[in-house]
Design a protein around this ligand. Structure first.
Ligand SMILES: [Zn+2]
Length: 316
């Protein structure tokens, strides 16, 4: 078992003395009873600096309330259940849910980066599709753009970027009057997306998108040898279902199908909804949870998928 002093100034701290992890300079010092899961947790004391800590200190769920609901909450949030309903179903407070959304989202993002590296570092991606999906921040006057890139055919989501954008059309005047000017942050998002993916893409990767006039410059600057094919937009198949097209053959099917799945499974992206995003960061966390589930379970059916990293110490 890993056991080292948590005090970073101490000579027994892990980063300095990996070998001395069980050197005997850390001794057991009683236990404490953790109420939430009714377990006794071992306490330790460093004999060098006298810092005290416990098995729980090393747990990824350290200091969390109701850790036993994390897994279920992850599945709920990836399956269209609202935060409010999750709180009711899991018999907990909405504050607990929103704190957990943040933790689970950050973890999902990290896990995704690891997964990407593992999956594509040996076999670079040869064909991607990318586009923006629009949603709102609290009101239609404050639109948000979710840029996503998917691998063609497998429909694995490679990256997402959420950025603010100004309102368009008739709403733009009202929006400016009510909320002032709103910066268009989308270019930074497109730039970041290609920056993140560059190392995983084949030099001659085929990129497909719609005819958005901004896209070509980003593809060209990051992937000078790539082939960029742009397709004319088409109308949605059913009213309110913008992404599934009324075409016999939709050239951007992988992408549009994925967007439709996002809308169907992340409740705040439902088109007609009373649950909207109040904070951009929450949308980002929520999206990463979905992306993780999408890639592992919905398109790859990985039987060993664990929604949240469990403690490497066997709980504690
Ligand atoms: Zn110490």
């Amino acid at each position: 078992m890993k056991r080292y002093c948590i005090n970073s100034d101490c000579s027994e701290h892990q980063s300095k003395h990996l070998q001395s992890a069980n050197s005997g300079r850390v001794s057991k010092k009683g236990t404490f009873y953790r109420l939430c899961d009714r377990r006794y947790i071992q306490r330790f004391k460093c004999l060098v600096c006298r810092t005290q800590f416990s098995k729980a200190t090393f747990d990824p769920d350290y200091r969390q309330h109701r850790r036993e609901i994390n897994e279920m909450l992850f599945l709920f949030l990836a399956s269209g259940v609202t935060q409010r309903r999750s709180a009711i179903l899991l018999k907990t407070d909405r504050k607990t849910i929103s704190r957990k959304l943040k933790i689970l989202g950050a973890r999902a993002k990290e896990d995704h980066a690891e997964w990407l590296e593992e999956r594509f570092s040996e076999t670079p991606i040869r064909h991607i599709q990318f586009d923006d999906l629009e949603t709102v921040e609290h009101t239609k006057c404050k639109p948000l753009s979710v840029t996503l890139a998917v691998q063609n055919k497998s429909r694995e989501i490679l990256d997402i970027q959420v950025k603010r954008m100004p309102a368009k059309g008739p709403l733009s005047r009202v929006a400016r009057k009510k909320y002032g000017p709103r910066k268009d942050e989308r270019p930074a998002g497109w730039d970041q997306l290609f920056r993140n993916l560059k190392s995983l893409l084949h030099a001659n990767v085929l990129c497909e998108s719609d005819e958005n006039p901004h896209y070509p410059q980003f593809v060209r600057s990051h992937l000078p040898q790539a082939r960029h094919v742009r397709h004319k937009g088409a109308r949605g198949a059913i009213v309110g279902q913008g992404e599934l097209k009324k075409l016999k053959f939709d050239p951007l099917f992988s992408l549009n199908h994925t967007c439709a799945m996002l809308r169907a499974n992340v409740n705040r992206l439902f088109r007609k909804t009373w649950s909207t995003t109040k904070k951009v960061e929450c949308l980002v966390d929520h999206l990463w949870i979905y992306v993780r589930y999408h890639n592992a379970v919905l398109v790859n059916s990985d039987p060993g998928f664990v929604p949240t990293q469990r403690s490497q110490l066997g709980g504690g």
